[in-house]
Design a protein around this ligand. Sequence first.
Ligand code: FAD
Length: 429
Amino acid sequence: MKKIKIIGAGLAGSEAALQMAKAGYKIDLYEMRPHTNTPAHNTDLFAELVCSNSLKSNLIDTASGLLKAEMDILGCELLKIAREAAVPAGNALAVDRYIFAEKVTTIIKNTPNIKIINEEVTSFDNEETILACGPLISDNLTQSLLKIIGKDYLYFFDAIAPIVSIDSIDQTKIFAKTRYDKGDADYLNCFFDKIEYEDFVQALINGEKYEAKEFENNFLNNVNFTFYENCMPIEELAKRGIDTLRFGVMKPIGLENPETGKRPYAVIQLRLENINKTSYNLVGCQTMLKQHEQQKIFSLIPGLQNAEFLRYGSIHRNTYLNTPKIANVDFSLKNASNIRLAGQITGVEGYVESIFSGLLTSLIYLQKIESLPEVTISGQLWRYLTTQNDNFTPMNANFGLLPDLFMEKKNKKLKKQLLSERSLETFKL
Ligand SMILES: Cc1cc2nc3c(=O)[nH]c(=O)nc-3n(C[C@H](O)[C@H](O)[C@H](O)COP(=O)(O)OP(=O)(O)OC[C@H]3O[C@@H](n4cnc5c(N)ncnc54)[C@H](O)[C@@H]3O)c2cc1C
C-alpha cells in the first residue's frame, strides 16, 4: 500500500487526507494541536475555522459560489460536511464552526488507513509529504522549510473580528434583514445616524491598539508588515477618511429599516455564529484594538451598548510562500520534490480556497487531473499559484481571474451568470 505523510490537519490537510484515503493510500496525519497551539486556534479539532464562520456565497453567479460548484464536481469532501453543519445565512454557506470541525474530526478518525499523530513536525525527511501547515505554521518547521527554499517567502499579520452573545444585544435598536432581502432575514443590523456614525469612526481612530513591535517575535528577520485587504482592521479603514466605512463594510444600501422604510446612515451587520443562535459575529470588525478599547468602542454600536464579548478581535501572524518561485506546477518543491504544498501557505486566500488547494494538490498527486479548463476559477487559481509573478500576493476566487467574455453591453450581473455557465458547461465535457 502506498504511503504519504500529511503535516497539518486544518482545512487543506483534512481534505487532502480524505482524498488520499479514498484513493487507497495509507496516511500519517500529523497535527500539533493540542500539545502545541497556534495563536488563533481554540480547540484540538481538525479543520477549525479561526475567524469568520462563513464559507461565502452559495450563488453560482458569485466567484465563491462558482468555485464551490467546481469543487463539488471535483469530488470535494469538506464541502459536503460543511453543508451538514450549515447555519442559516441567506445565500451564504455559514457553518456552526464547532459542529463542522467535530464532524470532520470524527470522519477522519473513523477513516481506515489514516493514522493520526498529535505531534509538531519540526523537520523534513525523504518521505512523500503534503505540507498543509497553514498561515500559522510553527516556528520550528518554518526554520526547516527556509533551509530548503531559501529566503523566498513572505511574512505578515492578520486580524480577526469579535463575537457577542445574543442575550446582550438590545433588540429594540436593531432589525433583522438580509441585504436586498435576498434569502431569509438571517443578519441582524445595527443602524447608525450621522452623529452616531461619526462618533464611532472617531473612537476607532483614537483607540489604543497593539503596536507591531509588541507581537513581532524576531523569529524571521524579514518582516513585511501588511494585511489582507479584505481582512483589514476596521480602525485602519477608519483612518482612510470619514466616509470609507460607510461606503465599505458599513454600507447601508439594500438595508432599509423594515419599520420606517428609510435607509440608515450606516450599518454594522451581525452574522449568526452557531446553530443555536446564541452568538453573533460583528461583520467587518476585525481589529488590532486592545481588549478594553474594543469593549468601549464596539459598545458605541447601537444595540451593543451592553454587549457581552464572547471573543474579542485579535491579531495573528500569517505566513505564505512564494509558490510560483519555489514550487513546480504540481506544487512539489523545486528543491525537495517529495514535499508538496497545500492550503493557505501556497498563496490562496480564504477558507474555501484553502480547502480547494488541499483538494487540488491531492488530485494532481493522484494523477486524477492533469489540467483544469482555463475558463474555470479552479483552473485559474491553479495557474495563478504556479505562474511567476513579481508581485505575488495571496489570491481568492474572483471573476477577474477568468478570461473575458467581451460582451457588447455592460451588464455585470448577466456577465457573471454567463461566466459561471461557461465554466460549469466546460467542466461537464
Ligand atoms: C487569524 C486568521 C483569520 C482568518 N480568517 C479568515 C476568514 O475569516 N475567512 C477566510 O476565508 N479565511 C480566513 N483566514 C485564512 C485561511 O482561510 C485560514 O487560515 C485557513 O484555515 C487556512 O487553511 P489551511 O488548511 O491552509 O491552514 P489551517 O486551517 O490553519 O491548518 C493548518 C494546521 O496545521 C497545523 N500545524 C502547523 N504547524 C504544524 C507542525 N509543525 N506540525 C504539525 N501540525 C502543524 C495547525 O495546528 C493547523 O491545524 C484566516 C487566517 C488567519 C491566520
